[in-house]
Ligand binder design. Structure first.
Ligand SMILES: [Zn+2]
Length: 407
């Protein structure tokens, strides 16, 4: 029986059932492995009795997901810039001294901490992926290969002292051990220290219908209201927050021990809006209904296309494509194109869909192209026209299902 990660209540209710899906980040090397990939129920659920926490319905062992991890922000210029911007943001707002101790939880290949070296060499990364922490250590970014827990936090405090800054991007929502993580933050942060956490924001997922950002490695779906409530229990206070455009809707919060910083008006306003809009209530319910409608509309469209003997190919194979493909079924698609050489020749797990070089579009001549990387619609349309001289229809599933024609 699954329990709420926060209040441990067993009254968690499935609010959105996305079917069975394999772990999204693992592309498969061959067809047999792909078809045999273990599938787990993919469900969004809500704690209805205790605390309104929104979480994944079925927990896949963290080791299985994170011990070998292939997502690296350093391969993207935009994401590298984003991480570098965090270090200048911290320095501008709070001033990093040359002996400031900065800890990055979920430090990946050390990209963020590398950018901090301009200010201080007193840095420490923590990451459960062996391949990534080896890479970071090789680059000279001292990294502990482990999950962040309160007991690790105590060890770090004993060995290195309290942290002046703790940064954690895209990691806090990736653990079911939320309370232990929060306790660990409280243990490690100094009295005047600042914690900066970035996570995918529930409000953004709901407003752009991006249900494809629900996958097994993404354990919790945070509203500001729920975050604020949680951290109060650890004597930590959110004093500032902003919503950033990366990863289509990223929330950055700034925390410190209660009473250290004046709580910023922009945070108060975001929180007030969220509560007025009833994000974790009515708004979330209508999102779940909308997702079911989108599925129905996509399947109707697929049927129409199949009836007229036309062919659909997919474009873009980000992790979130797995959620969407397993939700709408793969049988209507011929294959998927992706520019990444690393992905080409591999299979979308759980399907027979192979990833091909988009140059093949010229020969395949698809009637329809279904955009899985819908958040890059404009960029992709331009590439389809200019690089592959594509003429045909494009299906954009999210935020609203839409078909456009390139002539
Ligand atoms: Zn709860």
């Amino acid at each position: 029986m699954n329990k709420c990660f926060i209040c441990k209540s067993e009254s968690i209710k499935v609010i959105l059932d996305l079917g069975q899906s394999p772990v999204a980040n693992n592309l498969e090397m061959n067809l047999e492995e792909s078809l045999e990939a273990k599938k787990y129920p993919l469900e969004l659920s809500k704690c209805v009795d205790g605390c309104s926490h929104i979480q994944i319905g079925n927990i896949v062992n963290q080791e299985e997901i994170f011990s070998d991890y292939f997502y690296m922000p350093s391969v993207s210029k935009t994401l590298t810039n984003h991480l570098e911007e965090i270090s200048s943001d911290i320095n501008d707002k709070f001033k990093i001294n040359n002996d400031s101790f900065i800890v990055d939880i979920g430090s990946n290949d050390g990209t963020f901490l590398n950018s901090v070296k301009d200010y201080t060499n007193n840095i420490l990364g923590i990451d459960p992926a062996k391949n990534l922490s080896d890479l970071a250590n090789k680059k000279g970014v001292k990294t502990i290969n482990d999950f962040f827990t309160n007991s690790l936090s105590k060890e770090i405090k004993d060995n290195y002292g309290e942290a002046d800054f703790i940064v954690s991007t895209n990691t806090f929502a990736h653990t079911p051990e939320v309370k232990d993580f929060a306790e660990g933050l409280k243990t490690l942060i100094s009295d005047q220290g600042v914690i900066i956490i970035e996570i995918h924001y529930l409000g953004s997922m709901v407003s752009d219908n991006s249900f494809d950002t629900i996958y097994h490695e993404h354990f919790s779906y945070w509203s500001l209201e729920n975050l604020d409530e949680l951290f109060k229990n650890y004597d930590l206070e959110i004093f500032d927050a902003k919503i950033l455009p990366v990863h289509h809707g990223q929330l950055r919060i700034y925390l410190s021990k209660s009473g250290n910083y004046k709580v910023n008006d922009s945070f108060k306003k975001l929180l007030k809006n969220e509560i007025e809009e009833d994000l974790i209530g009515k708004k979330l319910t209508s999102f779940c209904n909308k997702v079911k409608e989108i599925k129905k509309d996509i399947l109707n469209l697929f049927k129409e296309i199949a009836d007229s003997n036309k062919k659909i190919y997919g474009y873009g194979a980000p992790a979130k494509a797995s959620t969407l493909i397993n939700f709408i079924g793969s049988k209507n698609l011929i294959n998927i194109y992706d520019k990444s050489k690393l992905k080409q020749g591999k299979y979308i797990p759980g399907t027979s869909l192979i990833i091909k070089d988009p140059i093949e579009i010229i020969n395949d001549n698809p009637d329809y192209i279904f955009l899985f990387a819908w958040n890059f619609t404009e960029e992709i349309i331009k590439e389809l026209k200019v690089n592959y001289n594509y003429k045909g229809k494009i299906i954009i599933p999210i935020p609203e299902l839409k078909v456009i024609e390139i002539l």
